[in-house]
Design a protein around this ligand. Structure first.
Ligand SMILES: [Zn+2]
Length: 244
């Protein structure tokens, strides 16, 4: 496990090649994505350092409904947090193992042996034991702190995928619309997640323009390292990299 303050009041929790973020806003604490179930101890340890507890996380903002971004969301929901997800991902957020990827996932570790350590680490962090949400809200409703977090639709990886912009940190949280490590191939650098995990690669490519348009300097992906050279350059690199 690794915890890093990547921008003032933005803390990245990394485990099993997967990243989620705790964001301090004016009147509370948010989580952006919720990792895997094994992130719970990391989250509690971070919050303790901040003088907080899991009950202080008032909202969980999901970039999308995949199991590796949903890990501790149900647990926080039970403690009273409101969980938000794109309308197109409502069904998978309730039932995380029912989504249909673009290609058969099982073949991937054979075609891309580089994925094996990442997928094995995800399994150890509880990838097969993620609970669905009871009553998530969708971004069709306005966020109560909309001045501090802007929602940018970025469909493709999933139908309801969104990116989240933090204007006062000059940052965009890209989820799996743009990653710097593809867990399905093990490849690094800005890219779209392989078709094994991406529902519609063509739409995912189109959504790169929306990410570039944010103009954010800091790119905080759902898998891989922080990218500090701007969303526009990251989107360009991802377009060039193609989709595995
Ligand atoms: Zn995903």
């Amino acid at each position: 496990m690794d915890t890093l303050e990547v921008a003032p009041g933005v803390h990245a929790l990394t485990r099993a090649s997967t990243v989620c973020y705790v964001v301090e806003i004016d009147d509370g604490l948010l989580m952006v994505d919720a990792g895997l179930p094994g992130f719970w101890t990391d989250l509690v340890a971070l919050l303790r350092r901040l003088g907080r507890t899991p009950r202080d996380v008032s909202h969980v903002l999901l970039t999308h409904g995949h199991f590796d971004h949903l890990g501790v969301a149900r647990r926080l929901e039970k403690l009273g947090a409101v969980v938000w997800v794109g309308g197109g991902d409502l069904r998978i957020a309730r039932h995380p193992y029912r989504y249909v990827p673009g290609r058969a996932r099982l073949a991937y570790p054979f075609q891309h042996p580089g994925s094996l350590p990442h997928l094995a680490a995800m399994a150890r962090a509880g990838a097969f034991w993620v609970g669905g949400l009871d009553a998530p809200r969708t971004y069709d409703d306005e966020l109560p702190f909309a001045a501090q977090v802007r929602v940018v639709p970025t469909p493709g990886h999933t139908d309801g995928h969104v990116a989240l912009v933090l204007p006062d940190r000059d940052a965009v949280l890209t989820g799996d619309a743009l990653v710097t490590l593809d867990p399905y191939t093990g490849r690094r650098g800005p890219r779209i997640v392989a078709r094994a995990g991406t529902h519609d690669a063509g739409r995912a490519r189109q959504s790169l323009a929306a990410l570039a348009d944010t103009g954010a300097r800091l790119v905080l992906p759902g898998h891989g390292e922080v990218w500090r050279d701007g969303a526009e350059a990251a989107a360009l690199r991802a377009a060039e990299a193609g989709v595995a």
